[in-house]
Ligand binder design. Structure first.
Ligand code: 5AD
Ligand code: SF4
Length: 477
């Protein structure tokens, strides 16, 4: 088998990390990355099932491969990730030229499955057990975590990495397919997490983002001792080289005081909390089975603001969930106005077959209404984001430089002396500025002179660069 791999990834941070892991395991077997589809021998799509649109895009991309595969039958086409787990054999029905279907819990098998296909054994499929397809321990094992080794070259930037601390989800929000595709919630053992973080630090990683569907529900019990997220943050803070710790995504009900205190007291912890509210209406929250009321959410916001006043809080909202009345939507609007999030990600409800929502509630809000509510909420959030950004005018922020901005990349400016660079503050704000590409991976001071809703524009504070060296600084935002 020729061993050039092209991998396309859509979806959440879990998928980005899964792709990194798959690439690392295939490199061990002699694979190299191909820059595009045409130059590849193996083509993998890492897919998302959270909304129908994401699935449609993947099926269209597969459709476009039909004639390509006819012309090059020796090339291997694979579908991995949540859509592979959810649709399984249906993928072969809709795109019969697909060779490989692998769910997110079975990714470790990809190298062997590719060899079977190359040896002429025909199409291969590896998926995990469904939530009711056996004893819970067996189901858990079939969704095993896959975090064996790391490949820094696959990361968006070498100085930043995701670290999975939890797989799966047990919350069963009625709209959500994730508990079905990624299986039962399981915390990884703390020793494994710490060992992986040390490897990342040795590889030059400065920022680690801990990921889990409900990352702050993390718990690991062993030998009479239970480890929580706050304990992990304390332990990870002691690792030299790691300068920033972030964690996503949080579940409102599990935002405990010990966690907020850890974020307040540990300088390496970013003052940034992504805590999706999903709706501002108690009726809708109850139908979503989110497990909290708007009052609970506001009480949590109060504790965040009281404990970490400078924290940037972001949220997710779904508009147009089944039965969402104009009055319900108004309550969501009011919640966004009251909470003043740094940003909100707003989604139109997409009915997912296999969820309780699809079974129990009709998808009864017309497209135009979903669109209008989406736009109204987005406009409000953009106004708030812009106002919140204004506070940074004339301020100095510490930025971890990620790389050339999209504009610079687009113009092919990477190799110049000074290019437009982008990076992030400790509280996860995007900053754009001009600088030497050598700054990538450094944490440097930037003076902000202009803002837009989601971007701060600034200039490198030069006396620091040419003076006593670049001193990392934390928690001053
Ligand atoms: N339709 C629309 N948005 C959804 N999300 C999850 N499931 C759906 C769905 N069926 C959103 C939630 C979640 C984010 C990752 O995606 O807001 O927080
Ligand atoms: Fe989906 Fe709810 Fe679990 Fe988040 S907490 S992954 S929205 S079921």
């Amino acid at each position: 088998m020729n061993k050039r791999l092209y991998i396309e990834t859509v979806g959440c941070q879990m998928n980005v990390l899964d792709s990194e892991m798959v690439v690392a395991s295939l490199r061990k077997r002699g694979f190299e990355l191909a820059g595009d589809l045409a130059g590849a021998d193996v083509i993998l799509f890492n897919t998302c099932s959270v909304r129908e649109q994401a699935e449609n895009k993947t099926y269209s991309a597969l459709g476009r491969l039909r004639s390509f595969k006819k012309a090059h039958p020796e090339k291997i086409v694979g579908v991995m990730g949540c859509m592979a787990q959810k649709d399984q054999k249906l993928i072969f029905d809709r795109a019969p030229y697909v060779d490989l279907v692998v769910g997110p819990g079975q990714l470790a098998r990809i190298p062997d499955l590719l060899e079977s296909i190359a040896a002429g054994k025909g199409p291969q499929m590896a998926v995990s057990l469904g939530r009711k397809e056996g004893p819970v321990e067996e189901i858990k094992r079939s969704h095993e975590t896959f975090d064996p080794l790391r490949d820094p070259t696959m990361r968006p930037t070498p100085s930043q990495a995701y670290l999975r601390i939890q797989i799966g989800c047990d919350k069963f929000c009625t709209y959500c397919i994730v508990p079905m595709t990624r299986g039962p919630e399981q915390g990884r053992p703390p020793e494994q997490i710490l060992a992986e973080a040390r490897i990342l630090a040795d590889q030059g990683c400065k920022e680690i983002t801990l990921i889990g569907q409900t990352v702050n529900s993390y718990r690991y019990a062993s030998g009479g001792r239970t480890t929580r997220l706050a304990d992990l943050l304390h332990a990870l803070s002691d690792i030299d080289g790691i300068q920033r710790l972030k964690f996503v995504t949080n579940y409102p009900k599990d935002m405990t005081d010990d966690l907020l205190l850890a974020v307040r007291d540990l300088p390496k912890c970013s003052p940034y909390l992504h805590v999706p509210a999903q709706s501002g209406s108690n009726d809708v929250l109850a139908r979503m089975k989110r497990g909290y009321t708007v009052e609970d959410y506001c009480e949590m916001m109060g504790r965040i603001r009281a404990t970490i006043p400078h924290a940037a809080v972001t949220s997710d909202f779904i508009v147009g969930f089944s039965g969402e009345s104009e009055a319900d939507f108004q309550k969501t609007y009011d919640l966004v106005a009251e909470c003043r999030f740094k940003n909100s990600f707003i989604f139109k409800y997409s009915e997912r077959p296999g969820t309780k929502g699809a079974e129990l509630y009709p998808d009864d809000i017309p497209h135009e209404v979903k669109n209008r509510r989406n736009n109204e909420l987005l406009a409000l959030q953009n106004r708030i984001s812009e106002q919140e950004s204004q506070r940074f005018l004339g301020e100095r922020v510490e930025v971890l430089v990620e790389g050339p901005s999209d504009r610079a990349r687009h113009r092919g400016e990477e190799h110049g002396e000074v290019v437009q660079l982008t990076g992030r503050t400790h509280d996860d704000r995007i900053v754009v500025f001009d600088g030497n590409p050598r700054l990538v991976g450094e944490i440097i001071p930037i003076a902000i002179y202009d803002v837009s809703p989601h971007t701060l524009f600034g200039a490198v504070v030069t006396e620091h660069v040419s003076g006593a060296g670049l001193q990392p600084a934390f928690g001053i935002l």
